[in-house]
Ligand binder design. Structure first.
Ligand code: TYM
Length: 401
C-alpha cells in the first residue's frame, strides 16, 4: 500500500498539520508558507483584503488586517460572484470534545460572525458529536450533551438567529444530507482516505467512514429546508488550516457528483502559552486560556506560563530588548488587541527594551480578561430555549437580507 501523506511527513521529520495533530519541526514554529505549498492553497493577498473592505463598506476584521486568516481556496471567486450580486452561504463547525472552548476555538467563530454581518449571508454550524464520540471514546449521550453545551458558547459569539442553523450530526444526519454522504463516499477509496488522513488498518471503520459527514454541509442540497432549488449556491468555509484535509477531499469529489467546490478561508493557530510550536493541547489545561477561566486564573496563567521573548535580567533587557519572534504575550495581543496604533507602539518599545515583559503581560491580562468576561456574560444569557431555536429545522425566510 502507498505511504500516507502523514507517514511521509513523519519520515521527513517535517511539521505535521492535520485535524488531530499540529506539531512543528524540531520544536520550532509552524512554517505556514510551507503549508500553503504542501496543501496547495493560496495566500490571502492584500488585494483580496482591500476588496473585502470595498464590497462590505466596513473596515476589514482585525484577523484579516493582521494576517491571522492567511490562506484561502477560491475566496476570489466568492468575491467575484458577490460583486455580480450573487450571495453565498457560510459553513463552519466544532467537534464537541470538551465542556469549555479555549480562545483558539473562538477564533473561527468570531471571524464567521464578522463575515455573516459584513456580507449578510446565512450560516450553518455543524456540531460533530459523532466524530468526537468515535475519536475521544465518549458515550453517545455525553457527546450530545457536550454538543449542546458548546452550542451555548457558539451562540454567545452573537450569531443572528434569523440567518443561522446549528445542527448536531446525531440529530440531523438523514434524508438529503445522508444521500449526499453516500454520493461522496462512493467516490472515495480506502486508499484515498489513508493518504489524506493517515488511517491505518487498525482504526475502526467508524473513523474511516466519517469524512463524508464533514464534507457534505459544503453542498446546499444537504439543507433542503434552507436552500431548496438553490443547488448552485456557493459555500465559504472559515476554519483553521488543520481542517483543510477534509475539504481537499470534498473539493476533489464535488465536480464528480455535479456539485460546486466549497471555497475556504483559513487561519493560522492561536498558539499555546508555552510557545508557538503548535496549537493548544486539550490534555494540558495550562497550555491555553479557556472561556471559563476566572480573572485570577488568566492572570496566573499569563504570568506563570506565557513564554517571554524578554531578556533574563532588566539590565540585559534594556540593552538588547525583547525578541518579538518568540514572545507569546505580543503574539496574543496581535490576535486580540484591536488598536493598531497601541499594538505598534508596544512592539516598538518592547523590542527596544524600553518596555518590560511585566508591562506587556499586564496589558495582555487586561485584554484577555475583558474578552473572557464579555463572553461569560453573553453565554449566561443563552437559555436552553435559545439553543432549541437555533437548532430547529426550519426555513430562514430573510437569510439573504
Ligand atoms: P474543533 O472543535 O477541533 O475546532 C473548532 C474550530 O476551531 C479551530 N481551531 C483553532 N483555530 C485557531 N487556533 C487554534 N489553536 C485552534 N484550534 C482549533 C478549528 O480549525 C475549527 O475551525 N472536525 C471539526 C468540526 C467541524 C468543522 C467543520 C470545523 C465540522 N465541520 C467545518 C471547521 C469547518 C473539529 O473537530 O473542530
Amino acid at each position: 500500500m502507498e505511504k500516507s501523506e502523514i507517514e511521509e511527513q513523519k519520515e521527513e521529520e517535517d511539521q505535521i498539520v492535520n485535524p488531530w495533530e499540529v506539531t512543528a519541526k524540531d520544536g520550532g514554529k509552524i512554517d505556514y508558507d510551507k503549508l500553503i505549498d504542501k496543501f496547495g492553497c493560496q495566500r490571502l493577498e492584500e488585494s483580496l483584503i482591500s476588496r473585502v473592505e470595498r464590497l462590505t463598506s466596513r473596515p476589514p476584521h482585525v484577523f484579516l488586517r493582521r494576517g491571522v486568516f492567511f490562506a484561502h481556496r477560491d475566496f476570489n471567486e466568492i468575491l467575484d460572484a458577490y460583486e455580480r450580486g450573487k450571495k453565498f452561504y457560510l459553513y463552519t463547525g466544532r467537534g464537541p470534545s470538551s465542556e469549555a472552548l479555549h480562545l483558539g476555538h473562538l477564533i473561527p467563530f468570531m471571524f464567521t460572525k464578522y463575515l455573516q454581518d459584513a456580507f449578510k449571508v446565512p450560516l450553518v454550524i455543524q456540531l460533530t458529536d459523532d466524530e468526537k464520540c468515535m475519536w475521544k471514546n465518549l458515550s453517545v449521550e455525553e457527546s450530545q450533551r457536550l454538543a449542546r453545551e458548546n452550542a451555548k458558547d457558539i451562540i454567545a459569539c452573537g450569531f443572528d438567529i434569523t440567518k443561522t442553523f446549528i445542527f448536531s450530526d446525531f440529530d440531523y444526519v438523514g434524508g438529503a444530507f445522508y444521500k449526499n454522504m453516500v454520493k461522496v463516499a462512493k467516490c472515495v477509496t480506502f486508499n484515498k482516505v489513508v493518504g489524506i488522513f493517515g488511517f491505518t488498518a487498525e482504526d475502526h471503520i467508524g473513523k474511516i467512514s466519517f469524512p463524508p459527514v464533514q464534507a457534505v454541509p459544503s453542498f446546499p442540497s444537504s439543507f433542503p429546508h434552507l436552500f431548496p432549488g438553490k443547488d448552485d449556491l456557493r459555500c465559504l468555509i472559515p476554519c483553521a488550516i488543520d481542517q483543510d484535509p477534509y475539504f481537499r477531499m470534498t473539493r476533489d469529489v464535488a465536480p464528480r457528483i455535479g456539485y460546486q467546490k466549497p471555497a475556504l478561508i483559513e487561519s493560522s493557530f492561536f498558539p499555546a502559552l508555552q510557545g508557538e510550536t503548535g496549537k493548544m493541547s486539550a490534555s494540558d489545561p495550562n497550555s491555553a486560556i479557556y472561556v471559563t477561566d476566572s480573572a485570577k486564573v488568566i492572570k496566573n496563567k499569563v504570568n506563570k506560563y506565557a513564554f517571554s521573548g524578554g531578556q533574563e535580567s532588566i539590565e540585559k533587557h534594556r540593552k538588547y530588548g525583547a525578541n518579538l519572534e518568540v514572545d507569546i504575550p505580543i503574539k496574543y495581543l496581535g490576535f486580540f488587541l484591536e488598536d493598531d496604533a497601541e499594538l505598534e507602539h508596544m512592539q516598538k518599545e518592547y523590542a527596544a527594551g524600553r518596555m518590560l515583559t511585566g508591562e506587556v503581560k499586564k496589558r495582555l491580562i487586561e485584554v484577555l480578561t475583558e474578552i473572557v468576561e464579555r463572553h461569560c456574560r453573553a453565554r449566561a444569557a443563552v437559555t436552553d430555549e435559545m439553543v432549541d431555536a437555533f437548532m430547529a429545522i426550519r426555513p430562514l425566510p430573510n437569510m439573504f437580507d
